[in-house]
Each structure stands twice: as C-alpha cells, then as structure tokens.
Design a protein around this ligand. Structure first.
Ligand SMILES: [Fe+2]
Length: 100
C-alpha cells in the first residue's frame, strides 16, 4: 500500500494505492473521488483559516497531479456510494476503473 495525500474534500483527505510489486492494482479513494463525482470542497471550511476556494484548489491539484497520473486501468474503490452528502451526484456502484 502507498499513501497518497489528496487534500480537497478535507485538508487531511488521503487515498491508498494498492500495488502488486510495482503494478498499480487499485486505489481506495475515500472521499476524494467517487464514481462520477469528487468530494465536495465546501464541507470542511474552517472560518478564518480554510476557505472552500482553498479546498477546491487542493482538490484540483490532488486529482490532476496524483489521481489522474495513476494507471487508468486501476480499480477505484470510493468511500461512499450514491446518496452520500459528501458528493452531489455520485453514480451507483461500488467500484469502477479510473479510465471510465
Ligand atoms: Fe465526507
């Protein structure tokens, strides 16, 4: 397992990348990436410290610099399914591939 710090939904948000030797097999994305949606950046605002704009910027960087650089065949296992308030339009299902 490899820890990827992926702030955005919260400042502490992280993903866990499952490797088989050097081959990327799966990523457990917590509340960073759901199926068809990302974690809302407006829930973990800290008045006077962290704005939703800060979180949205970190989310963009996490997605573009860490998640989207993974092997697109990797299986994504998000922390929530459809109906969670942590994402607005989370798709049905428990897992998918990053390329979808
Ligand atoms: Fe959440």
């Amino acid at each position: 397992m490899k820890l990827l710090h992926t702030p955005g939904h919260t400042q502490e948000s992280s993903c866990y990348l499952l490797l088989d030797k050097a081959v990327q097999k799966a990523v457990f994305t917590g509340d960073t990436l759901f199926l068809g949606e990302v974690g809302r950046p407006d829930l973990a605002v800290k008045s006077g410290e962290i704005t939703k704009e800060d979180l949205a910027g970190w989310m963009y960087d996490s997605l573009h610099n860490k998640i989207m650089k993974l092997d697109h065949k990797v299986t994504v296992y998000p922390g929530h399914g459809a109906g969670s308030p942590c994402g607005k339009k989370i798709a049905e299902g428990a897992s998918d591939h990053l390329s979808n």
